[in-house]
Write a protein that binds this ligand. Structure first.
Ligand code: UDP
Length: 391
């Protein structure tokens, strides 16, 4: 009998979709005599205004007004405050979610977004689907937003110890909590080509030190000034800049590249990030949890130059405590940190060794196994908190 897995996401940044795609790819590998179907639904995009504009609004806020986004994040990050927001927003998503559930008829609902957990709980009740388990897969690595934590979830999967502790503190029962790791696409572990083969395939120099610059799926923030500062250092390296969905930034960098002293390759949104990371010696990135976790599997040390206020602050602590890289939040610090690493191969090797220890290998495959298990078992009869007390 076919089991259906419904992933709930919103395209705010690239990480939520990437997480769902990663687990989906791992589900496709599973063969246990169970036919599996999965679907990803960008819930916000189909809701009533203003939720329908959540993705573009997030993108604009990060490009033009990160402090405003940070203020909003903090303003909504409290148990009571979040409860109020959920009540206020309910009419905007409730019907849509209920329709999605009824039409797809999932065997398990998997939320990979902080704003969809409590929404899923209510819509499940509306749809009369109380027998369908809800799984929350948390993708942030540090102190997570209130919205992520749903004690009523049938399973909560977390990527880091700090998130595990916070979930316990917020009432998630240990029996329904698993510390597995960030859901990284299996393709990051399946790269078999050598660094040299990948460089050759991508037209990148064989002998140069390569620094890969990224800024998540949106490619905004301080990527431009950081690139320009590094390009003017006269360090002996080659820059590869991934501008993601930011077409304007790509055009601008392509125009500037011939005038800068450092050779660079400017790329748009790429589907071969696993290869790009393997080809690089160093990753200079904002603190996106997906990118950081992927870097650990690709064993490329990181310099973090920026973070989304509020939301990615905890990821900075994760970088510091795991030792997988350095945090350098001003342009001068970035230049200095990159210089130190590029000029000291021993330091680079030590950082690489740290990465091996913390990389969440097999995370998506393990998460997929758990999801299949939950879909097969259905909801376990556990004492529940009433829906009214859910947020
Ligand atoms: N990504 C990608 N192609 C690109 C740029 C980014 O596939 O050109 C992926 C990246 O590998 C990661 C995700 O987009 O999986 C970004 O997630 P992250 O959590 O780092 O940041 P967000 O975009 O959510 O802020």
């Amino acid at each position: 009998m076919t089991k259906r897995v419904l992933f709930l996401i919103s395209d705010t940044g690239g990480g939520h979709r990437a997480g769902a795609m990663a687990i989906g790819a791992a589900l496709d590998e599973i063969d246990k005599g169970t036919r599996l179907e999965w679907r990803i639904d960008d819930i916000a995009a189909h809701c009533t205004f203003p939720l329908s504009k959540l993705g573009p609004a997030y993108s604009a806020a990060l490009r033009f007004a990160p402090p405003i986004y940070g203020a909003l994040y903090h303003a909504t990050n409290g148990r009571r405050r979040y409860r109020t927001i959920v009540r206020f927003c309910e009419p905007l998503y409730r019907e849509r979610l209920k329709d999605v559930f009824t039409q797809y008829n999932p065997d398990v609902i998997v939320s990979v977004h902080p704003l969809l957990n409590h929404a899923a709980l209510r819509a499940r009740a509306d749809a009369g689907m109380d027998h369908v388990p809800i799984v929350t897969v948390i993708t942030d690595l540090g102190r997570v937003h209130e919205g992520w934590l749903l004690p009523e979830a049938d399973l909560t999967i977390v990527p880091a110890r700090e998130v595990y502790n916070r979930a316990i503190e917020r009432g998630v029962p240990p029996s329904r909590l698993r510390l597995i790791g960030h859901p990284i696409h299996p393709k990051f572990e399946d790269v078999s080509a050598t660094k040299s083969e990948i460089r050759s395939k991508l037209g990148l120099p064989q002998d140069a030190t390569i620094a890969l610059l990224m800024a998540g799926g949106e490619g905004g923030g301080k990527l431009l000034p950081t690139t320009l500062a590094l390009a003017k250092t006269h360090l002996p390296f080659h820059l590869v800049i991934v501008t993601g969905r930011n077409a304007a930034l790509k055009a601008k960098l392509e125009e500037l590249a011939p005038t800068l002293p450092t050779p660079m390759t400017v790329l748009g949104f790429r589907n071969d990030v696993p290869e790009l990371m393997r080809a690089a010696d160093l990753l200079v990135t904002k603190a996106g949890p997906g990118t950081l976790a992927e870097a650990s599997v690709a064993e490329v040390p990181v310099v973090v130059y920026d973070y989304v206020p509020g939301q990615e602050r905890g990821n900075l602590d994760w970088v510091r405590t795991t030792g997988i890289g350095v945090v350098a939040l001003t342009t001068a610090e970035v230049v200095q940190s990159v210089k130190r690493i590029v000029e000291n191969s021993e330091r680079l090797a030590t950082m690489r060794a740290q990465l091996t220890g913390i990389a969440p290998r097999g995370s998506s495959r393990r998460i997929a196994e758990l999801i299949v298990q939950v879909a097969q078992d259905g909801r376990k009869p556990t004492p529940r908190v009433p829906v009214s007390a859910a947020v």
